[in-house]
Write a protein that binds this ligand. Structure first.
Ligand code: PLP
Length: 386
């Protein structure tokens, strides 16, 4: 059988690799995927069960049920303060991932370039490649300052092939929040070079220390060129329901809808009914305090381990830890930690070539499990670092 160059260029996910291998151990602590452990709120489960029991289980419009898009519009209005037209500017998608993929598919021709800030959610790079585009990776992270994006960084990455820029805040894998000043720079430079902004805000409800979410959509000049990506996965602990959405300019959405017919046709109807329930009722995520307590605990433990360093995440449920003092690569660290202590984490290599000395820990498990994971990581690192 012949395989396309495109499919061969897609690298397997290291997070999935560790997640799959973790399953082979009995008492493993799995802190790999960004999959929160809390249950989906009961009202949303009921909405989906009611949909099934009343046989609302057929295809919907490709863009999603109009009631679901109206509910999304209400959510956009309440979170971003923007009036989004449910008929023309919203598409219900199979999670944030499909929203990202469809967006890239809609705007990329072969060799078009997309700017991605590093360390990045690795799916961006794989998706850009699978749409025949070229990811242009810009280093933007430091342990001292977090994710600060300057005008020079963007300008030096722009060529006559640049068509888009991906912004992810709060960010996976660092948990950093891109400051408002950097978002303004991205908006201004994107306007100057007529770039599409893909703003992945799937973690917008997971922000700590009482801070407010900052979106690039607050800048007037970004609005007509931004595709907002959001999802129910992280906010409502609904990763397996596969439901999210995108909001963007009418001409873009009308183009993407044609492709949705050929990919998923539409999102599963029970998931769409849960979406209607959540956004119509203005249900909000009440897990933030719990994740913040986990973050605080994990951070305090990790920075006390000799040989580990990290910046405190401002959002998400990820901690990006510098392991360079252990002398191991992120891959060896992850493999050995799994084999010796049965704790699974993700090698930083997955998030950019400069991060082979980092690991990502997802604090998606209960405090008692995190405690045990910290004890094991501490023991493991103490044996390495003298
Ligand atoms: N964007 C980011 C930054 C993510 O980390 C993820 C999942 O981990 C997604 C998008 C997509 O999530 P989903 O497709 O479950 O909505």
């Amino acid at each position: 059988m012949k395989f396309s160059k495109r499919i061969q260029s897609i690298e397997p996910s290291l997070a999935r690799n560790l997640f799959n291998r973790a399953k082979m151990y009995d008492n493993v602590i799995d802190l790999t995927l960004g999959d929160p452990d809390y249950d989906t709120p009961s009202v949303l489960k009921k909405a989906a069960c009611d949909a099934i029991n009343s046989n609302k289980t057929h295809y919907s419009a490709n863009a999603g049920l109009i009631e679901a898009r109206a509910a999304v519009s209400k959510n956009i209005n309440s979170v971003w303060g923007i009036c989004a037209d449910p008929q023309n500017e919203i598409l219900v998608t199979v999670g944030g991932m499909e929203a990202l993929y469809l967006s890239l598919f809609a705007i990329l021709d072969p060799d078009d370039e997309v700017i991605v800030f590093s360390p990045y959610y690795s799916n961006y790079v794989q998706m850009i490649k699978s749409c025949d585009g070229k990811p242009i990776v810009v280093e933007a992270y430091s342990e001292e300052e977090g994710l600060v994006i300057t005008e020079d960084m963007i300008r030096s990455a722009i060529t006559d092939k640049t068509v888009a820029i991906v912004v992810n805040s709060p960010s996976n894998p660092t948990g950093a929040i891109i400051p408002k000043e950097s978002l303004k720079i991205i908006a201004d430079v994107s306007e100057e070079f007529d770039l599409t902004i893909i703003s992945d805000e799937v973690y917008h409800t997971l922000i700590y220390d009482g801070k407010e979410h900052q979106s690039i959509l607050q800048f007037e000049n970004a609005r007509k060129r931004t595709i907002l990506i959001d999802s129910m996965s992280k906010e409502f602990c609904m990763t397996g329901w596969r439901v999210g959405y995108l909001f963007g300019p009418q001409e873009l959405v009308s183009n993407i809808v044609r492709m949705q017919e050929n990919i998923a046709a539409c999102v599963s109807l029970p998931s769409q009914y849960a979406m209607i329930k959540a956004y119509e009722d203005g249900l909000r995520c009440d897990y933030v305090d719990k994740f913040q307590a986990r973050r605080d605990y994990l951070y305090d433990r990790i920075v006390k381990i000799k040989g580990l360093k990290c910046r405190k995440p401002q959002g998400t449920f990820y901690m990006f830890v510098d392991i360079s003092a252990t002398g191991l690569t992120s891959l060896d660290f992850a493999n050995l930690l799994l084999e010796k202590e049965q704790v699974a984490i993700v090698p930083g290599k997955m998030y950019g070539k400069n991060y082979a000395k980092y690991i990502r820990i997802a604090f998606t498990k209960d405090m008692s499990i995190l405690k045990s994971a910290c004890d094991k990581i501490e023991k493991f690192v103490n044996e390495l670092v003298v």
